[in-house]
Design a protein around this ligand. Sequence first.
Ligand SMILES: C[S@@+](CC[C@H](N)C(=O)[O-])C[C@H]1O[C@@H](n2cnc3c(N)ncnc32)[C@H](O)[C@@H]1O
Length: 359
Amino acid sequence: MNLKMVHSRLFCVLKTAFKKLEAVSMTLYFTSVLPGLEYILSNEMNNKVSDSEIIQINRGKVFFTTAESFTCLSSLRSADNLFQVIDQFQIGPHKKHLSQVSERIAQLDLDFIDHKYLFWVNASRKGKQTYNRFEVAKKAMEGINKHYPDWNMGTSQNHQIEFRLDIEHHHVIFSLRLTDATFRFRNQTRQFSRASLLPTVAHAMVWLSDPKLTDIFVDPCCGSGTILSERATYPTNRIIGGDISGVVTKIAKSNLEDSKVQVNVWDARELPFSNGCVDKIVTNLPFGRQISPDEDLELFNHHIMNEICRVLKPNGRAVILSESVNQLFWEAKRLGLFCLESYSLSLKGVNPTLFVFEK
Ligand SMILES: C[S@@+](CC[C@H](N)C(=O)[O-])C[C@H]1O[C@@H](n2cnc3c(N)ncnc32)[C@H](O)[C@@H]1O
């Protein structure tokens, strides 16, 4: 299927979803998500949002319907942002077609939005159009002001209500952004270290470990403790983390102050656990870019995989993010670890793989 056919299909699927929604009191949403994590987020959604129906999965986006509240949706910790779809329509590729945007948006009922705040429209565009995204956004804002002349337009830097208008070839999706950066970064007081993981990625890794109340959970290279913090949002037996750097363990401790998580300075190649006593190991190994281990990366991976396998219980699970894709496959094979799943991510310009191994 080529890209145009995919988008055409998406449009039809969303149109059908919109019609169905009119009959029942469901709302159509989409979440943006780090490319590579779409299916993990979908699984989280199926588990946490009871009536959710996944409509379509695109690179970096999951469309779904639900009647659940925003509070329920904000439990989706692998998601970057949440958007409520307001409208979708078709548009031509030339500047003369831009008036369709303002006319269409001027007809929308946006009364459900608290308009005492400043609003803004961010637009994106894929395809061969003769207009740019700023021109589209301007037209959309004109449309809003045509219907609601007393609504005040903000600036790209200063607004409280944000709409999004995404054009993919002929198809337009107009949505309202429901979350800001504090959603995906959890809160503004969290400290990060060099090579800290995004909390959404850390959460996806924890989710893949299948958190259980009885878990003894370990992150052997915990850095600032992002994975440990995400694991601490689910019930557990014990959560333990450690890092070779005293500086980053201090950061991890300050990030985990209110939790029962134990953070140690240790060498992950010699963990203080006896054989076969850990249920889950979730970790982001050094990629050898911002953070390099004190030995050759290949040797480090070899030693750490030996140690992970030693301390894991039979049937225990290890979720590992690494850029050494081939080596990790071979190390796991050598150790008899079974690779249940793997996901290639697009993360800050690199493409590490997320492995799920079982002993
Ligand atoms: C990619 S970072 C982990 C980032 C972490 N997930 C976070 O969100 O902050 C890798 C970490 O491995 C640590 N490290 C390197 N060699 C280690 C070793 N031998 N034992 C334990 N930790 C080690 C580094 O200090 C670094 O903090």
